[in-house]
Design a protein. Structure first.
Length: 313
C-alpha cells in the first residue's frame, strides 16, 4: 500500500513509518518538525519507498502530493504536556483542522483515515480501568484541555464524516507509551526520571507519588496499531491500546533508580493542575478484536530505553 503518515518524524510516527517500510509498504511522511525530529527518520531517507515532506498539516497540503493513497494515518500532534502547553492553539488546530485536511484527502482517495487518539479523552476518570464505553471526565477549561479536547473533537469530527460522507475511519486511544526515540526533553515522567537518574540528579515526584499510570513499550504499541490498520472496514473503534499493568510514580522512580544504579534522592513537588490520579486501559476489546496484548514488561522496556538515552549522552 501507499500510506501517508502525518507526524511521521515524531516518536510514534517514526516508529510506525519504520514498521510499515519493513512490511514493504510505500510511506510518505509529513512533519513540520515542531515536535518531531529529522534524526528520527535519518535512517529511512535512503529507502526508495520512503518520502518526506516538511509541512504543517494545519495548512492544506493536497496540492503538494502526487498519486493516490491507500491509507492515511494522522499522528501529527504535540503529545507531552510541556510541548502542548507551550503552544496550545497549534496543538488544538493540529488535532482538528489538520485532521479535517486529512479527512478531505481520504474522501478524495476513497481510503481509510486512521486517527491516533489518546487515553487523555478519559480525563481524570471515575471509572477504573477505563473501557471504550466510558465517556470520561475532562476539564474543557484546564491547562491540558488543548490536547484532551483536541483529541475528543477529532474523534467527533471523524464520526461526523463517517455519518455524513461515509468516510472509512479507524480510531485508537493510546495510553502512556515509552521507548527509544523519545526526545530527551520530552517532559513526560519516564524521560524525566531516566534523564535525572543518568545525570545523578534527584528524581522529581509530583504530588505524593501514589498516582498511577500504565506504561506500554513502543514496539508493543506499533504492533497493535498495525493490527488495527489491517482490520476489516467495519472495525472502526475507538479501541484502547496500552499496557494494563499499573504502577505508581514511586514504583516507577524506584525501578529507574535500580536500573540506572543511581543513588539520587526523591524530591517532591506540587501536583500540576488536572493531573489524573489513575490511568489504566481496559484492553478487553483489543484482545478480542485484534488478538493483541502487550508483551514487554516495564523492567525490560526501561532497560532498552535507558540504553538508548545513555547513547545520547
Amino acid at each position: 500500500m501507499k500510506i501517508l503518515v502525518t507526524g511521521g518524524a515524531g516518536f510514534l510516527g517514526s516508529n510506525l513509518c519504520r514498521y510499515l517500510l519493513n512490511k514493504e509498504h510505500e510511506v510518505l511522511c509529513i512533519d513540520d518538525l515542531s515536535s518531531g525530529k529529522k534524526e528520527n527518520i535519518a535512517d529511512l531517507i535512503k529507502n526508495p519507498k520512503f518520502y518526506y515532506l516538511k509541512h504543517d498539516v494545519i495548512e492544506p497540503f493536497e496540492n503538494k502530493l502526487k498519486g493516490k493513497f491507500d491509507y492515511i494515518c494522522h499522528f501529527a500532534s504535540r503529545a507531552s504536556p510541556p510541548d502542548y502547553q507551550a503552544d496550545p492553539i497549534h496543538t488544538l488546530k493540529t488535532n482538528v483542522i489538520g485532521l479535517d485536511n486529512c479527512a478531505k484527502l481520504a474522501l478524495k482517495n476513497n481510503c481509510v483515515l486512521f486517527f491516533s487518539s489518546t487515553s487523555e479523552v478519559y480525563g481524570d476518570p471515575e471509572v477504573h480501568p477505563q473501557p471504550e464505553s466510558y465517556w470520561g471526565k475532562v476539564n474543557s477549561f484546564g491547562i491540558r484541555s488543548c490536547y484532551d479536547e483536541g483529541k475528543r473533537c477529532g474523534e467527533a469530527l471523524l464520526k461526523s464524516y463517517q455519518m455524513q460522507h461515509n468516510l472509512k475511519i479507524k480510531i485508537i486511544r493510546i495510553f502512556n507509551t515509552y521507548g527509544p526515540g523519545m526526545k530527551a526533553d520530552d517532559g513526560r515522567v519516564v524521560t524525566n526520571f531516566i534523564n535525572q537518574a543518568l545525570n545523578g540528579e534527584a528524581l522529581t515526584i509530583f504530588g505524593n507519588g501514589k498516582q498511577t499510570r500504565s506504561f506500554c513499550y513502543v514496539d508493543d504499541l506499533i504492533e497493535g496499531i498495525y493490527k488495527m490498520m489491517m482490520t476489516p472496514e467495519s472495525i472502526t473503534g475507538p479501541i484502547n491500546l496500552g499496557n494494563p499493568n499499573e504502577f505508581t510514580m514511586l514504583e516507577l522512580a524506584t525501578l529507574v533508580k535500580e536500573l540506572t544504579n543511581t543513588k539520587g534522592k526523591l524530591v517532591y513537588m506540587p501536583l500540576p493542575g488536572d493531573d489524573p490520579k489513575q490511568r489504566s486501559p481496559d484492553i478487553t476489546l483489543a484482545k478480542k478484536v485484534l488478538n493483541w496484548k502487550p508483551k514487554v514488561s516495564l523492567r525490560d522496556g526501561l532497560k532498552k530505553t535507558i540504553e538508548y538515552f545513555k547513547g545520547l549522552n
